[in-house]
Design a protein around this ligand. Structure first.
Ligand code: ADP
Length: 582
């Protein structure tokens, strides 16, 4: 017994002293009870997947320390087992139900972590399997000759002899009677020191220690599961698109997800602060108070703008949060961004107003001239011609509007505007459009800026006409002071560029890409008196992208003018385009 083991000094000091043993065991028991108590408390708090249970954000920190506490206790326990049993190595194996295997789990004693993780035995094999299945401890004196060790990874672990006991969790009732036993794995002590052999006393001791170990392991696992579940839930809430704020009964913020923090422009440091410091909007505050008081159906619409950002509108709902016993633990408030919906609503009513106007104006003109013609037969031929021309013109305007509306309806329904492809002389087409549009205004000077030789492209002539007509009529419409409207034609690799440039009111930067959205119109002093439906450019974009596989964009400077560019291939891939517009 005088052989000194430097790596395990304690083992020499403690020895197998029964008094010391009893003390150790009771000490461990106390530690365990304490942990169990804390565990139960946490379990109660975290029980269920209900978001209502997530009111306490301080839990993860507390959980982590407790887990490491438990882990440390387990490590100490394993060390003590080695000391008390005078074993060189101690290994715990846990039953992995899915794999049907017992696998090594840390902490161990006298074995590398890497090795522990490699240790696996089928639950039908070896001494490990036998002890696990039968729930009875066993001793083996010679790992090499003992037939039962077949399948155990004992040579990998350099095992000569050992004692193996089941790791059993016992559930007890109030009177401390065992009501349920589950075997979760096995506990091995290997290689009795000083060349000795394990005996029945060792079995007895190890069985007692195994109870504590099993209990800690199961608590640890339960605990980890709870923590992981909670983490998952927190992550889910954190990444919700809707903003979410949870407040305690005292009105303190206990949770605020990323969306909510962005809405109120705050960091996660707001946790624990009075919600009134975070949410300044009176209406939302009142909503939270109302939910706190137990009222139902707390809902409002609030417009929130944080400095420097655009205003956004939220649908806000507050509800009381109760725990499983029905006790109120706080209030949850959800913010849904309805800005886009509101915008569409607004645009739709503006659209109805403008369409009515666009319908009424030509109709009024038509009716006016027809009535005049009916009332009086002796207008000079020249006047009559002028009246008829105006009527003709207004009828065209009506037809255009109705066609636009029908086309939009078709695009929205996902139908195609059936293309008819042929060779198109873009130069001739633009020249024709310029001539026709010049009729509409004497205030504007229409110019074609194109090389004499310009390629004939493959496209849908009617629709190309619509595109250019639309852009040119916009150029005229949005330069009320008159000026030059230039149609540029350019080559760009295997594409042609059609540009329509005006010297009009221009488009503010933030609207440049949006003008292609349906119903989108710029509303400002310059635009106020210019009527339109906000549909023209939406159609243009569709005709360019979908029918001609091209691109359209706008360049503009407010007060100077705008240029709309269309870029389409010279040799359209007709098969591809037809497939796309089937
Ligand atoms: P509409 O002209 O019927 O309103 P469009 O879809 O053709 O609809 O145009 C959308 C918006 O884009 C217009 O309301 C206007 O604000 C802006 N816009 C279009 N073309 C021009 C242009 N050439 N110059 C200035 N603004 C323009």
């Amino acid at each position: 017994m005088d052989e000194k083991d430097d790596t395990q000094p304690e083992s020499q000091q403690v020895g197998v002293d029964p008094a010391e043993l009893t003390r150790t065991i009771s000490e461990l028991k106390r530690e365990l009870d304490e942990l169990r108590g804390r565990n139960v408390e946490l379990e109660n708090r975290l029980s269920g997947k209900d978001p209502r249970a997530v009111q306490d954000v301080s839990v993860p920190v507390e959980a982590a320390t407790t887990i490491s506490d438990m882990d440390a206790t387990l490590r100490r326990l394993v060390q003590r087992i080695a000391m008390i049993l005078q074993a060189e190595k101690v290994l715990m194996m846990f039953f992995d139900r899915e794999a049907g295997e017992l696998m090594g789990i840390p902490p161990a004693y006298g074995l590398d972590e890497d090795i522990i993780r490699m240790v696996r035995v089928r639950a039908t094999h070896g001494i490990s399997g036998e002890v696990f299945r039968e729930g009875r401890p066993t001793i083996f004196h010679d790992a090499v000759t003992d037939k039962r060790t077949e399948g155990d990874p004992f040579s990998l672990l350099h095992v000569h002899n050992g004692v193996t006991v089941p790791l059993v969790i016992e559930k007890r009732d109030d009177e401390n009677r065992v009501i349920d036993r589950t075997t979760i794995g096995v506990l091995h002590a290997f290689n009795k020191r000083h060349g000795e052999d394990f005996n029945d006393e060792d079995v007895h001791l190890l069985e007692r220690m195994a109870k504590s170990a099993a209990s800690i392991i199961s608590n640890l696992r339960l605990y980890q599961e709870i923590v992981e579940e909670k983490e998952e839930l927190l992550q889910t809430l954190e990444s919700l698109y809707a903003g979410l704020v949870v407040t305690s009964n005292e009105g303190r913020v206990t949770q605020m997800n990323a969306s909510a923090r962005a809405i109120f422009n705050v960091t996660s440091e707001v946790i624990g602060r009075d919600v009134r410091d975070v949410i300044l909007d009176d209406e939302i505050r009142a909503l939270i108070v109302s939910a706190q008081e137990g009222n139902e159906g707390n809902q409002t619409e609030a417009t929130i703008s944080t400095d420097g950002r655009m205003e956004r509108t939220y649908n806000v709902q507050s509800a009381q949060v109760k725990n499983e016993e029905g006790r109120q633990i706080g209030v949850v408030t959800i913010f849904n961004d309805v800005t886009e919906l509101k915008n569409i609503e607004r645009m739709k009513s503006a659209f109805v107003a403008t369409v009515s106007h666009e319908l009424r104006t030509p109709l009024t003109a038509i009716k006016g001239f027809v009535s005049t013609l009916l009332m009086n037969d002796d207008f000079p031929e020249e006047d009559r011609r002028e009246f008829y021309t105006i009527i003709d013109h207004e009828c065209d305007r009506l037809t255009r509007l109705i066609n636009d509306l029908l086309n939009i309806a078709r695009i929205e329904a996902g139908e195609s505007l059936k293309p008819h492809y042929s060779d198109v002389d873009v130069r001739a087409l633009c020249k024709k459009v310029a001539l026709i549009q010049q009729q509409a205004s004497h205030n504007h000077q229409l110019v074609l800026d194109a090389p004499d030789e310009f390629p004939v492209i493959v496209g849908d002539e009617d629709k190309l006409d619509q595109i250019v007509t639309n852009l040119v009529s916009n150029a005229i419409k949005y330069s009320p002071e008159g000026g030059k409207v230039t149609i540029h034609l350019k080559m760009d690799d295997d594409h042609v560029l059609i540009g329509v440039q005006d010297q009009g009111i221009g488009i503010p930067k933030e609207h440049l890409s949006k003008v292609f959205d349906r119903f989108h119109r710029v509303h400002n002093e310059d635009n106020r008196k210019i009527y339109g439906t906000g549909l023209g450019l939406f159609l243009v974009k569709h005709l360019v992208e979908q029918i001609h596989l091209g691109k359209v964009w706008a360049e503009s400077e407010v007060g100077v003018g705008s240029t709309f560019w269309v870029r389409i291939p010279i040799q359209l891939d007709v098969a591809k385009a037809e497939e796309l517009n089937k």
